[in-house]
Design a protein. Structure first.
Length: 432
């Protein structure tokens, strides 16, 4: 499956043969270039020559986000730094970000995969596409951007944050496609409705992802904007957007499985699940040079279907995501772990370790309020003192999370103490 020749499909046997060949090469590559993998393999007495085909993948160890954190920033890179031409980063579970690196060839593969996804959504060289994912360390903006350029569409690099400018340019430029998070697109629909501009747009499709959404939200976007909406998936560690995307039939997201080998495991037993069974998605990057990953645990819950799709594509499909196996939240497209809040608050003497994160969705935009309990010795009725403490905590949290939360300081002993596992999150967002 290449982006401009979607009719030429590989049979399952051809795909398996390609994946096998690539896995054998990859294992040899990481064994000789990444100390972390060499040591992990040596610990279980595994040699590269023991991996003879894709069926042997189950012999290999898993990789987790913690492994990336422990080897921060570049410890898992397989090439000298001189061959890395770009880095991106996403939230780590505490303190340090998860850093990912790309060689020039990695960037080519990435834009190829995004181009396939956009092609599935019907985007071509005559389209004008607004990229409204964040540009910067987040992979969304630049990732979607280079795929759109590859197919020769006219790219408008909007990034996030100015809805009025976005809607005005959407109308003035006659944008035919948009790439952004689904909740943001619903917000854009509202702005267009309020401004009386909804009938002036030329939009025909949207490529939405980076956060969970439901069939109902998908339908709502299509009906309110009179467009077709497509689900695009990806994660920084594996590449960024473009690991998988759905087609016109919306019966699962086609995985670029010649580059990313998908497995579904039971996260309790770590054993493989059968096709169709729900479990944790695991990826092995078959062709990456900069940061190759073996059996990376995404923590995303889905199932896999390897039967051919009605669209004619033969690639494996993963179902719409059913949630996560950890406590990661996605707020305005940014990944946030409660442990990051905890680690940041420890730095502030005036507050206790008791906190509560309240997440809401107002006008389709996510909000985060962090309630923190002040330490009894700092408790005072003086408003000015509290205001400056509030500013300080807001600063510390925005630095740690990459989003600006609203901070509410509460009196000592106010937040609910739980009997069992501490509850630190109230998520009021209704993914209807
Ligand atoms: O969100 C990459 C991306 C950008 C994907 C733009 C699609 C569009 P991260 O910041 O590393 O990368 O977050 C990855 O976001 O493990 C999922 O939990 C979630 N996620 C991404 N796409 C979808 C989707 C980007 N279509 C994490 N549906 C992943 C549900 C998604 N969840």
């Amino acid at each position: 499956m290449i982006w401009n020749e979607t009719k030429e499909q590989m049979s399952r046997d051809e795909m398996t043969a390609l994946q096998s060949k690539r896995l054998v090469k990859l294992v040899d590559y990481v064994y000789h270039n990444v100390e972390f993998y060499r040591k992990k393999m040596q610990a279980i007495g595994l040699l590269p020559s023991d991996i003879k085909g894709i069926e042997d993948i189950v012999k290999l160890p898993f990789t987790t986000k913690d492994d990336l954190r422990d080897n921060y920033p570049f410890g898992l890179f397989a090439t000298p730094q001189s061959q890395i031409v770009r880095v991106h980063a996403s939230s780590g579970t505490t303190g340090k970000a998860t850093v990912v690196g790309y060689t020039r060839r990695d960037l080519d593969v990435w834009s190829e995969c995004v181009a396939r996804c956009l092609t599935m959504a019907g985007v071509g060289k005559d389209d004008i596409i607004q990229i409204a994912y964040g540009y910067g360390l987040f992979t969304g903006g630049l990732g979607a951007h280079s795929g759109a350029e590859k197919i020769g569409a006219m790219v408008v690099p909007m990034s996030t944050g100015n809805s009025k400018k976005l809607t005005t340019m959407m109308v003035d430029f006659g944008a035919t496609a948009i790439a952004c998070t689904p909740s943001y697109l619903l917000h854009i629909a509202e702005v267009l409705e309020q401004e009386g501009m909804i009938n002036d747009i030329k939009l025909k499709c949207a490529i939405c992802g980076a956060e969970p959404w439901t069939e109902k939200m998908h339908k709502d976007i299509e009906e309110r904007l009179h467009i077709k909406a497509y689900d695009i998936y990806g994660l920084s560690e594996v590449m960024g957007p473009g690991v998988a995307c759905d087609c016109d039939f919306h019966k699962g997201l086609h995985v670029c499985e010649d580059h990313f080998y998908p497995e579904i495991i039971d996260s309790a037993t770590m054993l493989p699940q059968k096709d169709g069974e729900l479990g944790e998605l695991v990826f092995t990057t078959l062709t990456k040079e900069g940061l190759p990953l073996i059996r990376y645990r995404t923590k995303d819950l889905t199932s896999i279907d390897r039967t051919p799709c009605e669209c004619g594509r033969t690639s494996a499909r993963i179902s719409r995501f059913k949630g996560r196996v950890d406590d990661m939240l996605i707020i305005r497209g940014v990944n946030v772990f409660p442990s990051q809040v905890e680690a940041a608050l420890v730095e502030v003497d005036e507050v206790s370790p008791h906190y509560m994160m309240v997440v809401d969705r107002v006008n389709n935009l996510d909000t985060l309020e962090v309630q923190v309990e002040i330490n009894p010795q700092y408790f005072t009725d003086e408003i000015r003192g509290l205001e400056s403490l509030n500013k300080k905590i807001t600063h510390v949290l925005s630095q740690a999370l990459g989003i600006n939360p609203k901070v509410k300081i509460v009196e000592p002993q106010t937040l609910v103490r739980s009997q069992g596992k501490a509850v630190h999150v109230i998520d009021n967002r209704k993914l209807y």
